[in-house]
Design a protein around this ligand. Structure first.
Ligand SMILES: Cc1ncc(COP(=O)(O)O)c(C=O)c1O
Length: 408
C-alpha cells in the first residue's frame, strides 16, 4: 500500500517508520514488540499517563449522551463546568474561557482577542504584537507569524504584518521596543518556559518585567501555557510558578493529557469587561468544535486526576530526580548544560550539530526511551506519574547513548 498520510513536520514523501500500536501508563509499544518509556509525554502533553479508564469512560458516557451542538443559543453543562473549573485553578479566576481544538487555534484566538480588545477600546492603531526569539506558538497563520523559530516561518510567503521580535533573555530589548512603539503595541506573546525552542525557563525577573512593561503601556500580556499548563512546572499554571498575572493564557495539551483534542484561551476579567461592554457586540470568532463535549468531559476527569494525585507536586519531584541525574552527566563533562523547571528539562550536548542530537535520540529509541532532539539539546517532558525507577532508566539510557555516540 502506498502511504497516503501527509505527516506533520515531516518530509512529504516519507512516512513514520516506527508504527505505534499501544500505550499504557508511561509506556508505548510498536508493532515489532518494542517497548518505550515515553520520556516526552507524547508531545509535551500527557500529564496523567495513558490508559486511564475513568477518562475513557467519561468520553464514552458523554458521546452516548450528547455528541454536539454549537453556537448560541445552544450550550451545555459540561462546557460551562469545565470553563468554571479552569478559571478557578488559574490566576484569572473571574475571567472566561474560550475553547477550541488545539494550541495553534488557541494562539490565533488570543491574537484576535488581543487585537479586538484594542479596536473596541477605540485604539485602531494598536496592532503591533511582540514575539520572543525561540518562541513556538503553533502553526496557524497568527502563530506562525508570532513564532520566533525562523525556519518555521519561512517558505509560506508573506505572514502577518505588525510583528516585532524581542530578545528572549534581555528585557532591555523589549523595553526599547516599548519606548518606541508603546501606544501601538496590542500585546506580547511569550511562553513562560520556552519549550520547542529548546526548554528555556525565564531569565531572572524577565516575565515580571515584561508584565510591568505591558501594564505601563496598556498592552496585553499573553502567556502561552500550551506546554506549561496543568501541573508541568509544579503549579497548575507557570504564571503561578513565576508569580505573574497575564491578561490572556493559552492552553491545550495537558488539559486533556491528549485523550481528546482541546485548546483554549483564559480571558481576564479586564479583557472580558471590554468584550462585554457593548451588549450588541458580537465576537465573530469561533470554531465548529469549540468546547466539544467529549473533549470537555475528558478534561474534567484529567484535571481531577491531576489534583487528586497531586501531580503538580509530583512534577517537582520528577524534576529534582531527573535534573540531578542530568547534572551528574554535566559534572563529569558528558554534556554541557542542564536547563528546566518542574518536569520539563533539556540537556545540552557537547556537540552543536543537530545530527548528533538526532543520533543520540535514535540510540535512545533503540534503548527503549523516547526523548526529543532540539538543536544542540535533548528534551525530556515525562508524564507526571513516572516512577523514580523509570526516571532513572531514562537517565541511564541517555548516559549510554552519549557513550555509544562518543565511541562512534
Ligand atoms: C507553546 C506552544 N504553543 C502552541 C503550540 C501549538 O499547539 P498545537 O500543536 O496543539 O496546535 C505548541 C505545540 O507544541 C506549543 O508548544
Amino acid at each position: 500500500m502506498t502511504p497516503k498520510l501527509l505527516h506533520p513536520f515531516g518530509k512529504p514523501g516519507t512516512s513514520g517508520h516506527r508504527n505505534l500500536v499501544k500505550s499504557e501508563g508511561v509506556r508505548l509499544w510498536d508493532d515489532q514488540g518494542n517497548e518505550y518509556i515515553d520520556g516526552l509525554g507524547s508531545l509535551w502533553l500527557c500529564q496523567v499517563g495513558w490508559g486511564r479508564p475513568e477518562i475513557i469512560q467519561a468520553v464514552t458516557d458523554q458521546l452516548s449522551t450528547l455528541v454536539y451542538n454549537h453556537f448560541p443559543p445552544w450550550g451545555y453543562d459540561v462546557a460551562e463546568t469545565l470553563a468554571d473549573k479552569i478559571t478557578s485553578i488559574s490566576p484569572l479566576p473571574d475571567g472566561r474561557v474560550y475553547m477550541c481544538c488545539s494550541g495553534s487555534e488557541a494562539i490565533d484566538s488570543a491574537f484576535k482577542i488581543a487585537r479586538a480588545t484594542a479596536q473596541l477600546k477605540g485604539e485602531p492603531d494598536r496592532q503591533i504584537m511582540l514575539r520572543r526569539t525561540r518562541g513556538y506558538h503553533g502553526v496557524n497563520v497568527g502563530g506562525t507569524s508570532m513564532q520566533g523559530i525562523e525556519p518555521n516561518r519561512t517558505g509560506f510567503g508573506d505572514l502577518m504584518p505588525h510583528i516585532i521580535e524581542i530578545d528572549p533573555e534581555n528585557i532591555e530589548s523589549a523595553a526599547s521596543v516599548f519606548a518606541e512603539h508603546g501606544p501601538n503595541i496590542a500585546g506580547v506573546i511569550s511562553e513562560p518556559v520556552q519549550g520547542a525552542g529548546g526548554v528555556f525557563p525565564p531569565n531572572g525577573e524577565y516575565l515580571q518585567q515584561l508584565r510591568d512593561l505591558c501594564t505601563r503601556n496598556g498592552s496585553l500580556m499573553i502567556l502561552d501555557e500550551v506546554i506549561t499548563g496543568f501541573g508541568r512546572t509544579g503549579s497548575m499554571f507557570a504564571a503561578q510558578t513565576y508569580g505573574v498575572t497575564p491578561d490572556l493564557i493559552t492552553f491545550a495539551k495537558g488539559v486533556t493529557s491528549g485523550y481528546q483534542p482541546l485548546g483554549g484561551v483564559i480571558v481576564s476579567r479586564d479583557v472580558c469587561d471590554v468584550l462585554e461592554a457593548d451588549p450588541d457586540f458580537i465576537l465573530r470568532h469561533g470554531h465548529t468544535y469549540s468546547a466539544h463535549p467529549a473533549s470537555c468531559a475528558a478534561a474534567l476527569v484529567n484535571i481531577d486526576i491531576i489534583e487528586r494525585e497531586g501531580l503538580a507536586d509530583r512534577a517537582n519531584h520528577i524534576g529534582e530526580r531527573l535534573s540531578a541525574g542530568l547534572q551528574a552527566l554535566a559534572d563529569d563533562g558528558s554534556i554541557r548544560e542542564v536547563r528546566g523547571v518542574g518536569a520539563i528539562w533539556a540537556a545540552r550536548l557537547n556537540n552543536d550539530d543537530l545530527a548528533t542530537t538526532v543520533a543520540v535520540r535514535d540510540r535512545m529509541l533503540d534503548l527503549g526511551v523516547v526523548v526529543r532532539p532540539i538543536g544542540d539539546s535533548i528534551a525530556f517532558c515525562p508524564p507526571l506519574i513516572m516512577s523514580d525507577e523509570d526516571v532513572d532508566k531514562m537517565v541511564d539510557a541517555f548516559a549510554q547513548a552519549l557513550r555509544d555516540n562518543a565511541a562512534g
